[in-house]
Ligand binder design. Sequence first.
Ligand SMILES: CC(C)(COP(=O)(O)OP(=O)(O)OC[C@H]1O[C@@H](n2cnc3c(N)ncnc32)[C@H](O)[C@@H]1OP(=O)(O)O)[C@@H](O)C(=O)NCCC(=O)NCCS
Length: 163
Amino acid sequence: MVGVASSLIVHWGDYGVQHSWKEVTGSGTFDTHDPTARTLYGAEVFADPAFRRLGIGKKLYQARRRLCRAMNLRRIMACGRMPNYHRYATQMSPESYAMRVIWGDLPDPVLRFQLREGFQYCGVVHGYLPSDDESVGNATIIVWINDRYKSDKPTTVPEGPIL
Ligand SMILES: CC(C)(COP(=O)(O)OP(=O)(O)OC[C@H]1O[C@@H](n2cnc3c(N)ncnc32)[C@H](O)[C@@H]1OP(=O)(O)O)[C@@H](O)C(=O)NCCC(=O)NCCS
């Protein structure tokens, strides 16, 4: 195994901008998962440090988009770590940091990767994961919209692998 992505389906309206990883994932138990809801929530993604920058993250994100489309879900929401923010935390707010990354002034391996994967930046969640020292507890909230979503069709669980 060289990489992992875990996701659950949630009612996004129950959370909105200010939420924590604990709240949305039921403290990591995923008991907040509701298969009738419409938002795929990306709870975790990582590639083995020895195998980064080889396209594993891209494949995991591609698989999430395929899952979202195959299940007729409206969107993927996720909160992204800001691993370089701690270097700038005394100089600027996490919102300013995110803007500077988006403008191309500062490097950030996670946000830059997510933007290239077609996600849109929606703001910063404070206190999302307090134990994440590199991000100083903050996270960026990001969304990818499924342009093939049909609101009149139910969420479906595909049979077999999604290719
Ligand atoms: C974010 C993460 C999952 C990305 O995984 P990855 O497997 O390294 O991702 P990829 O290889 O698909 O892409 C990463 C970069 O490598 C580049 N890349 C991919 N294949 C490459 C290759 N053969 N040669 C050079 N660069 C390559 C990609 O273009 C991408 O560049 P970019 O960031 O400038 O867009 C990984 O960095 C990680 O696990 N981070 C720690 C955990 C974490 O913070 N997860 C996010 C939680 S929100």
